[in-house]
Ligand binder design. Structure first.
Ligand code: ZN
Length: 161
């Protein structure tokens, strides 16, 4: 039992501040998508003098998660956070439904067809729904490669999950 309640309270940023700092951390494969837009950042709170950051991994074993963890840590260390714990929360599992509206728009603008619950894949270039699947795996396991039959452009589709 410790009663040293006043230690480490001098510079304790609140969750909103930490969230703002972490807005610079993006998906390494989709630099226009922040952790928050991706719906990966679940919770930020203090547990005694340790800043707890709870994230939901998008896909198990997705190498991008290691990069994102490292980026979170580097960003918070640079802001002077000394005690930090990044926890991965697996339940409930992350789903593409957690990508924010801003995130979906950013994906589309970046040339990646955003996930749609309807299963429809629209070309991010011309908006045509006349598209064919070329490969179930695109540049990463999270994406599939499609081709637009109207403008003939190949594009990545962020798979529904
Ligand atoms: Zn097209």
């Amino acid at each position: 039992m410790t009663t040293a309640q006043d230690t480490g309270t001098r510079q304790r940023p609140d969750a909103a501040t930490v969230r703002r700092w972490l807005a610079v951390v993006t998906d390494p494969e989709i630099p226009v998508l922040s952790l928050e837009d991706l719906g990966v950042l679940r919770d930020i709170h203090w547990q005694d003098d340790t800043l707890m950051v709870v994230i939901s991994p998008t896909y198990t074993g997705c190498p991008a998660m290691d990069r994102m963890r490292a980026d979170i840590e580097a960003t918070l260390r640079a802001k002077g956070v000394e005690k930090l714990h990044i926890r991965e929360q697996l339940q409930p599992p992350w789903t593409t439904d957690w990508i924010t509206g801003k995130g979906l728009a950013a994906l589309q603008a970046y040339g990646i067809a955003p996930p749609r619950r309807s299963g429809e894949v629209r070309c991010p270039q011309c908006g045509s729904a006349n598209t064919t699947l070329i490969s179930r795996f695109g540049s990463t396991a999270c994406k599939a490669m499609h081709k637009c039959e109207d403008c003939l452009e190949p594009f990545d589709h962020f798979k529904c999950h």
